[in-house]
Design a protein around this ligand. Structure first.
Ligand code: JFZ
Length: 421
C-alpha cells in the first residue's frame, strides 16, 4: 500500500502545524495558471542583439542591465493586445481553477497602478492603464480564484532592494528600508484594491529574521485573513508548500502542496524558446502530480503586446477538452492508494480509485499487484461501461477494452468496499 509523507517532514512546512482552514478550495482545485508578465516580456530574451536563454524574466540580471537603461524599456512598453477576458476565458477553457500573475517580479516594475512607486505600468508607460483591475474582474466572473505573485525581497530597481549588485553595493543595503517603503505598502495595495484574493505567491525570501517575517505576515494577513500565502514567504509561515521549479515529489505527500512548471523553458516570454510541452505532457503531468496529492500550476508567458503564445493557447485548450470529460478523476481527489505502475498512476475519492492509464498494457490485461480489498465493480470513466476483472490473492486483473494506443490518458474507475490496507 501507499504511504504518504506528512508535511512536517519538510523543512519549510507550516511550523504552526495546524492547517489553514481556507485551504479546501485550493486542495480541490488541482490545476492553476501561473503568469509571468513584465517589462522582460517586451525584451523577450534579447538585449543589444544578444540572445539569452533560460529564464527570460532574469534578463536584467543576466545582462547586468543598469537601472537607468532598464527604465527606458518602460517608456516603450505598450501592450495594446492585452484582453483580460481572453486570458480568463483561456483559463476557463483549459479547466484551470485559479490564476496567479506577477504583480511585481525581481525587476521591480509594478504591473498595476501603484501609489508607492511611479515605476509602474500606469505612470511609467504609454499604456497608462492597470491591467490587473480587469483581470481580477474577468476571473471573478468565471469563478476562477485570482492571486498575485510578488517578489518580496529581490528588487533590482531599488537601492535597498535585494540582489542588484551591479548597480548597488549589496553590503551597504538596508533591506528594512526597502521593505518599509516599498514591499509592504505595495502588498497592502494589492490586498486592498483588487477584491478578494485567493493567493499571494511570495518568491524567494530574504533580508528578514524569523520575527520580522512573522510581523510582516501578520501585518498583511489582517487585510484579507482568507488569502493563502505560498511557502516562499519563508520561515515556514506559508499555508501550503511549493516545490522547486519544475519539481514533483517522488512519493505522495499529505497536506496542501503545489508543483510549478514552465510551459516552455522560461517563465517570462522569450521569442526564441519554442520548447512547449504538448497537451499530452500537460495531462500526464497533471495526473502525476494529482496522484501524489498536489496541485499543478502551469505557467504561460505573454509577450510584450499582451498576447499569450499560440502554442500555450492551443495546448491548454486541448488539455481543457480532456478535463471536460475526465475532470472527476482530478478535481477534488486526493493522492492515489495504488502506487505508480508501469501503466500509470491513481487518484482517490472515498470508495473509488481512478486508474490513469497512460500506457496501455500490450496484452490489454491491467495488473494492480497489491489491492487487497473487496472490489465491487470496474468501469471506464467516460462511458461507465463495466469491465470484467478477477482477484487472485491481493492482485486485481482487469481486461481492458480496446482503445487507441496513443490515447494520452484513459481513466478507469474501481469501486471498492473497505479500507485499503
Ligand atoms: C517561479 C520562479 O521562481 C524563482 O526562481 C526560483 C525560486 C526558488 C527556487 N527553489 O527554491 O528551488 C527555484 C527557482 C524566480 O527567480 C523565477 O524568476 C521564477 O519566478
Amino acid at each position: 500500500s501507499v504511504t504518504a509523507q506528512t508535511m512536517d517532514q519538510m523543512w519549510d512546512s507550516n511550523v504552526s502545524g495546524k492547517e489553514n482552514p481556507n485551504l479546501q478550495w485550493f486542495k480541490d482545485a488541482k490545476f492553476g495558471m501561473f503568469i509571468h508578465w513584465g517589462l522582460y516580456s517586451k525584451i523577450a530574451g534579447e538585449w543589444n542583439g544578444k540572445r539569452y536563454y533560460g529564464s527570460g524574466e532574469w534578463i536584467m540580471n543576466q545582462a547586468k542591465i543598469k537601472v537607468a537603461d532598464y527604465n527606458k524599456v518602460a517608456s516603450t512598453f505598450n501592450p495594446t493586445g492585452f484582453n483580460a477576458d481572453e486570458w480568463a476565458q483561456l483559463a476557463a477553457d483549459a479547466g484551470i481553477k485559479y490564476m496567479v500573475i506577477t504583480a511585481k517580479h525581481h525587476e521591480g516594475f509594478a504591473m498595476y497602478q501603484s501609489k508607492v512607486s511611479n515605476f509602474n505600468i500606469v505612470d511609467a508607460t504609454p499604456y497608462k492603464k492597470d491591467p490587473m483591475k480587469a483581470l481580477a474582474e474577468a476571473n471573478r466572473k468565471r469563478g476562477i480564484q485570482f492571486g498575485f505573485y510578488y517578489s518580496q525581497f529581490q528588487d533590482w530597481h531599488e537601492p535597498n532592494g535585494g540582489r542588484n549588485s551591479w548597480d548597488f553595493d549589496e553590503a551597504k543595503k538596508d533591506y528594512q528600508t526597502y521593505y518599509r517603503e516599498k514591499a509592504i505598502p505595495q502588498l497592502k495595495e494589492l490586498l486592498t484594491n483588487y477584491g478578494p484574493l485567493g493567493i499571494v505567491w511570495f518568491d524567494t525570501p530574504g533580508g528578514m529574521t524569523k520575527e520580522q517575517t512573522q510581523t510582516f505576515v501578520n501585518e498583511l494577513r489582517v487585510l484579507q485573513p482568507k488569502t493563502l500565502f505560498s511557502s516562499r514567504v519563508g520561515q515556514g509561515l506559508g499555508d501550503y508548500k511549493d516545490f522547486g521549479d519544475s519539481e514533483v515529489p517522488s512519493t505522495p505527500i499529505k497536506g496542501a502542496w503545489e508543483s510549478i512548471y514552465t510551459h516552455n523553458d522560461s517563465w517570462g516570454y522569450i521569442k526564441h524558446d519554442m520548447n512547449f510541452k504538448s497537451s499530452k505532457e500537460i495531462i500526464q503531468l497533471l495526473a502525476n502530480v494529482a496522484s501524489k496529492g498536489g496541485n499543478l500550476m502551469l505557467n504561460v508567458g505573454p509577450d510584450g503586446d499582451g498576447k499569450i503564445p499560440e502554442y500555450s493557447v492551443k495546448f491548454l485548450q486541448q488539455t481543457g477538452k480532456w478535463l471536460k470529460v475526465n475532470g472527476e478523476s482530478i478535481y477534488g481527489t486526493t493522492y492515489g492508494l495504488i502506487a505508480a505502475q508501469p501503466w500509470g498512476v491513481s487518484t482517490s475519492k472515498p470508495g473509488k480509485q481512478y486508474l490513469h492509464v497512460l500506457t496501455r498494457p500490450k496484452n490489454g490485461k491491467l495488473l494492480i499487484p497489491d489491492f487487497n480489498v473487496n472490489v465491487k465493480k470496474v468501469y471506464e470513466l467516460t462511458d461507465k461501461k463495466e469491465l470484467p476483472f478477477k482477484k487472485i490473492g491481493k492482485e486485481v486483473w482487469i481486461d481492458l477494452p480496446l482503445f487507441n494506443q496513443d490515447a494520452v490518458n484513459t481513466v478507469f474507475v474501481i469501486e471498492y468496499a473497505g479500507t485499503v490496507p
